[in-house]
Write a protein that binds this ligand. Structure first.
Ligand SMILES: Cc1cc2nc3c(=O)[nH]c(=O)nc-3n(C[C@H](O)[C@H](O)[C@H](O)COP(=O)(O)OP(=O)(O)OC[C@H]3O[C@@H](n4cnc5c(N)ncnc54)[C@H](O)[C@@H]3O)c2cc1C
Length: 364
């Protein structure tokens, strides 16, 4: 069997670990990617916003088996029960450094380096016997995990996901997790902060409500018509950050000291601000398959069904017109939202990976 993963980030390593756990050998797997370290692209963004803890919980790790999660590992390592007690009430969020260290171990133990080829794929074509990737192959089963197609930028502003320090007056555009983290960072650095927002932030623990990670919640999502599904995905894309005093206290005290001001508006206003004001855009990523040259080309070449900014997928994250009993083309990561609304999470990567493995096992 010849299988390929296109992309080399967290979704790719979660997929690779799942396939290895399912009995696929490194010789049967090729990973085409830009970074040999699958945490590299993600770490750059997390460290730019000085993220200390994961938003995900104990099971937010890239190993194939859910157990033991990161809370159990921390409990055993540190000899204290707190992580386990916190996880019982969904309040455990692993340290970023623990997540990265654990991912490193999965990379090493899975044999990832034996399958990794440094190469950015530009063309996927369905051919007899599977798919050609830039003319190589055919590969019978391909999992595409190319991540976000670039940052959503504002002219003259630094992006929150790029390295930066804080000036004495900082305007931060956005109301999601990155924006909230940046408000606290800039305040802690002694800056005066202006939060530019079009709407009030939603407060929720995970980036998508918990039911959408469950079988039942997904079944109702999959039962929606295309239009309703797109409406739901727009609604779920609203920026949010968790509730809790660790956010509210510093924000309330900064507001009472006059160091945090809220201004209604969007990126247009930020462009006309005085030059001494540092503008940080916490505006996330460009949205939709059409911004990813590889996916845009694939859609055009094979006339794939799309709906607004999404490629239409089956519930198992496969592209229906290019998947049958003998071959599989599946998406993982943000591009797979049509199948799994929280596709851009580690849980989402595992959802796509497990479905991909099930297909491989059926054709084996
Ligand atoms: C700051 C931040 C914090 C987050 N925190 C959490 C969290 O706590 N928990 C959670 O579950 N999720 C979290 N997420 C969401 C999600 O886990 C990340 O976005 C994660 O990086 C997604 O993995 P990915 O593999 O899809 O994308 P990426 O990690 O971006 O990897 C994609 C890789 O594929 C490569 N690539 C792209 N195109 C090609 C091509 N044509 N050929 C070959 N290679 C290609 C890219 O260069 C990149 O290396 C967070 C996201 C961000 C930005």
């Amino acid at each position: 069997m010849r299988c390929a993963i296109v992309g080399s980030g967290l979704a790719a390593i979660a997929g690779y670990a799942t396939l290895r756990h399912g009995g696929i050998r490194p010789e049967e797997l090729t990973v085409f990617g830009t970074h040999e370290d699958p945490t590299a692209a993600w770490r750059e963004r997390a460290s730019a916003i000085r993220q200390r803890r994961m938003r995900s919980e104990s099971d937010g790790h890239v190993a194939a088996a859910a157990f033991p999660g990161l809370a159990v590992r921390e409990t055993l390592r540190e000899g204290r029960l707190k992580p386990l007690l916190q996880t019982a009430t969904n309040r455990y969020h692993p340290l970023v450094e623990d997540f990265v260290r654990h991912t490193g171990r999965v990379v090493h133990e899975s044999g990832w380096e034996r399958s990794f080829v440094r190469h950015r794929i530009e063309r996927i074509r369905a051919v007899d016997g599977g798919f050609e990737l830039d003319g190589e192959g055919p590969f019978e089963h391909v999992l595409v995990a190319t991540g976000h197609p670039g940052l959503m930028r504002i002219p003259n502003a630094v992006h929150a996901y790029e390295p930066h320090e804080y000036a004495s007056r900082v305007a931060i555009v956005g109301v999601g997790m990155a924006a909230a983290t940046e408000w606290l960072n800039a305040l802690a650095a002694g800056a005066e902060v202006i939060s530019i927002r079009r709407r009030e932030p939603l407060r929720r623990p995970l980036n998508v409500p918990r039911p959408y990670f469950s079988k039942r919640g997904l079944a109702s999502f999959h039962a929606l018509s295309d239009n309703d599904r797109a409406t739901k995905l727009h609604e779920l894309a609203a920026p949010s950050f968790p509730a809790g005093p660790e956010w509210d206290r510093p924000l309330a005290s900064a507001a009472s000291e006059g160091r945090l001001t809220i201004l209604r508006g969007g990126s247009e206003e930020a462009q006309t601000w005085p030059p001494d004001l540092q503008v940080i855009c916490a505006t996330g990523f460009r949205k939709g398959y059409s911004h990813d040259p590889l996916l845009a080309d694939l859609v055009e070449a094979h006339d794939l069904p799309t709906h607004e900014r999404w490629i239409v997928l089956d519930p198992d994250s496969t592209i229906p017109t290019l998947t049958d009993e003998a071959r599989t083309l599946a998406l993982s990561g943000v591009a797979a939202q049509w199948a799994f609304p929280a596709a851009d999470t580690i849980a989402g990567a595992k959802y796509a990976a497990r479905a991909f493995l099930r297909r491989l096992c059926r054709t084996r």
